[in-house]
Design a protein around this ligand. Structure first.
Ligand SMILES: [Zn+2]
Length: 191
């Protein structure tokens, strides 16, 4: 059943529980996120609210140039994760199991899951061979017929990668030691 809530349970760490629940959520067509954190004990939060990425709607959607996002759907799904005092495991509990939207299996989080080392290897291979981005996408798609990554996802990944490479090469250039004053004076006098 799509959009089924995760099963209440206890987990050794918050991250373990969150990852297990997220895997369930993605398979059911939604995405969870950590929301309000509270009840600090010894500098660590011991309670987190977990919501659906599609909600809740806290403010009226502003007229911005942002693309329509699921954030405006105001989903009321809610759960909590709590480390009770003295307990050694996190208790994950669904509070409100229902969603106010249809399942989606192509959210950015779903798509990011497909950016596997294998896909990244194919992208880098394409770049090494000076393949145009569209062709890189088509090559990956032909090897992965179930691919939900979009041509834009691939293109954005490449842009980020190239920006990072430029930044690294710039910072390398800036770390080339500058000539000392003595060296410069020497160069001046010898010319
Ligand atoms: Zn939802």
């Amino acid at each position: 059943m799509p959009l089924a809530p995760p099963t209440d349970g206890s987990f050794d760490t918050f991250q373990q529980g969150f990852d297990a629940w997220q895997a369930h959520a993605l398979a059911e067509g939604y995405v969870i996120k950590k929301s309000n954190s509270s009840d600090k004990r010894d500098g660590q939060y011991t309670r987190h609210i977990i919501r659906c990425r599609a909600g809740p709607l806290t403010k009226a959607p502003r007229a911005t140039h942002r693309k329509t996002s699921t954030a405006s759907q105001g989903c009321r799904f809610e759960a909590s994760a709590k480390l009770y005092n003295g307990a050694d495991a996190w208790a994950f509990q669904v509070k409100h199991p229902h969603h106010t939207h249809l399942p989606s299996f192509t959210t950015p989080t779903h798509r990011k899951q497909q950016m596997t080392p294998e896909v990244i290897r194919m992208i880098l291979n394409g770049l090494d061979n000076s393949m145009p981005r569209r062709l890189i996408y088509r090559t990956i798609k032909s090897c992965n017929p179930d691919l939900i990554l979009t041509p834009d996802d691939i293109s954005n990944f490449i842009s980020r990668r190239l920006r990072k490479e430029t930044a690294v090469s710039l910072s390398n250039q800036m770390h080339v030691p500058l000539p000392t004053q003595e060296e410069e004076a020497e160069a001046d006098s010898s010319s």
